[in-house]
Ligand binder design. Sequence first.
Ligand code: PLP
Length: 395
Amino acid sequence: MKTQAYTGNGNFGIFGGRYVPKVLEKSLNEVEKAFKHFNNDPEFLKELQSLQKDYVGRSNPLTYAKNLSEALGGARIYLKREDLNHTGAHKINNCIGQVLLAKRMGKTRIIAETGAGQHGVATATVCALFGLSCTIYMGSEDMERQRLNVFRMELLGAEVVPATLGRKTLKDAVDAALNDYIQYSESTYYLLGSAVGPHPYPLMVRTFQSIIGEEARAQMLEKVGRLPDYLVACVGGGSNAIGMFHPFYEDSSVKIIGVEPAGKGLDTGEHAASLTLGKKGLIHGFKCYTLQDENGDPLPVHSIAAGLDYPGVGPEHCAYKDSGRATYESVTDEEALDAFLTLSKSEGIIPALESAHAVAYAIKQAPKLSKDKIILVNLSGRGDKDVQQVQKMLV
Ligand SMILES: *Cc1c(COP(=O)(O)O)cnc(C)c1O
């Protein structure tokens, strides 16, 4: 079995690293030092654990999707229920960890970027809990698509600043947040929402999200008596997926599959399948597979799910892909929408459109597999935020 993908100094194989202006170098060193220290500090870990339990509501259940599995007539599908966390998705796992770190570092102001609005809501939530000033950057196009989440953030006391450059989506929100961070890094902590960005973010976010896979692995062994045959998770920046995958890395019998958004089709140019079609390049201070033009500028991306709409991907997934430890597939908008409707009707669970990509892949694969096989799907979030968008698409 191969050793872990992380090879030190912020590198995952040839991916990751830290490619930032000098002014950011100092701030990121500070974050790295604090993370290394507190991630081994029993007091810090105790506080984190108690918040995960009493505030987030962990551990969340592992649910057997019985109706869906029986209707498909093949492999049994299990769902890891990140949708049941406080604020409705996995994002809070990472926010709680990072906000505790920011507090220990003496920072008084938190900034973050958001795509679907889920990370913004999770960040605004933990800032309210800890009484910290909170500024969220969001593409103005995404603000339009996710109006309710904008209002939610404002209710929680955050200021939402529209990013109006470029395509006005997640990539542009990250650019705006990085500019803010460069200017105010003395007082400010940048709470990055996915397993992307310069070191130490990919390693730190994976660490805080690994609770997903740790719980799921223990729950599988306890409930079913064995590990799953397949792990499936959707991949935007890659945080819910790497949090699920990492604790299974050494389990060579478990096949790992990340599902990217194929949007309107891989041949249409309107997708966000960075691992499937991207080239090795730099984006937002790290090396990964990225969708870019010949000048190295990020290409416009599209997905039905705002949270998957990013032209890069976490460096650890890039290393998993190159080593063959995981494979990356893609699912179209239409297939994701079908899965959204199917899971709602069959199990009484409305998934986030992001998570519906992972569900769609499981729905395609299950009938091809025998009934003794198990597919474990990470249900990264609930779909309440998406019902208005879906309603509009169905008329
Ligand atoms: C943000 C989001 C994602 C995508 O982000 P990752 O970092 O790839 O996990 C997936 N699912 C939900 C519900 C989200 O809110």
